[in-house]
Design a protein around this ligand. Structure first.
Ligand code: ZN
Length: 243
């Protein structure tokens, strides 16, 4: 899917997710900076990274110099090997998981074998096969820079580990000067192959994102597989409304 970057607010631009759920392509944020832009997530494949890179050039934004992973799931990190000269930043627990992922013998044959051995992996592994036309030069890239709780990047970008049930390394990225909080998949239910009947959005995590004392106040809350949401949109997701 070739899409264009759209300016969300301030210096935050958004390359949208793919509406086709079978493709499992989340959105990617670009935080523009003359000294080098910051990406939030890498795209689900080198091919996706190249499409996003073309969109960044078409929008006239400075080339990315940093890439923050919201978490270690493949659809957020498999494009990383196609971004040249970026410092990859990720939570320490995700770094260990990605080091293990990097050692797996990824190929279409391996995907077929793994899916046959565990049918619950089929949606994810079929989407990986679709995303990857070929494997030349492909590598899973563990973070170059790890953090434990929080990290403040140049330009006042704040990186906070939040964890949760979707992924233990889930991380949110705040851009206070633009009123944007990038939330990855952090409040989603566990991934498909681990999901139990009745699993739904993580109300407790959503409440913490909306807590102004914890993260501040934002105009936009941007999760990876949806249109950007206002605080009201995010509040509407709560299954038990707060009093
Ligand atoms: Zn995820």
């Amino acid at each position: 899917m070739q899409a264009t970057l759209r300016k969300l607010a301030g210096r935050v631009w958004w390359y949208p997710h793919d509406d086709d759920h079978d493709n499992i392509q989340g959105g990617v944020a670009v935080i523009a900076d003359e000294s080098g832009s910051t990406l939030v997530d890498a795209g689900n494949s080198p091919a996706a990274a190249l499409r996003i890179s073309a969109a960044i050039q078409a929008a006239g934004l400075p080339a990315p110099r940093r890439l923050v992973y919201t978490h270690h799931h493949w659809d957020h990190v498999w494009g990383a090997c196609a971004w040249p000269d970026v410092e990859v930043i990720g939570h320490q627990s995700g770094a260990r998981l990605l080091e293990a992922e990097a050692r797996r013998p990824w190929s279409h044959r391996y995907l077929r074998e793994q899916a046959a051995a565990n049918p619950r992996l089929v949606p994810s592994f079929r989407a990986r096969a679709w995303a990857m036309a070929d494997w030349d030069g492909f590598a899973v890239v563990p973070p170059h820079t790890e953090f434990a709780d929080t990290l403040t990047l140049r330009g006042g970008i704040e990186v906070h580990h939040v964890g949760g049930r979707h992924a233990e390394d889930s991380t949110v990225v705040a851009v206070p000067d633009s009123g944007v909080l990038l939330t990855g998949d952090c409040f989603y239910p566990p991934p498909h192959h681990l999901r139990q009947p009745g699993d739904t959005h993580d109300d407790q995590l959503i409440r913490s994102l909306l807590d102004e004392d914890t993260f501040g106040r934002f105009d936009w809350y941007v999760d990876s597989h949806h249109q950007p949401r206002t605080d009201r949109d995010l509040r509407d997701l709560l299954t038990t409304p707060s009093g």
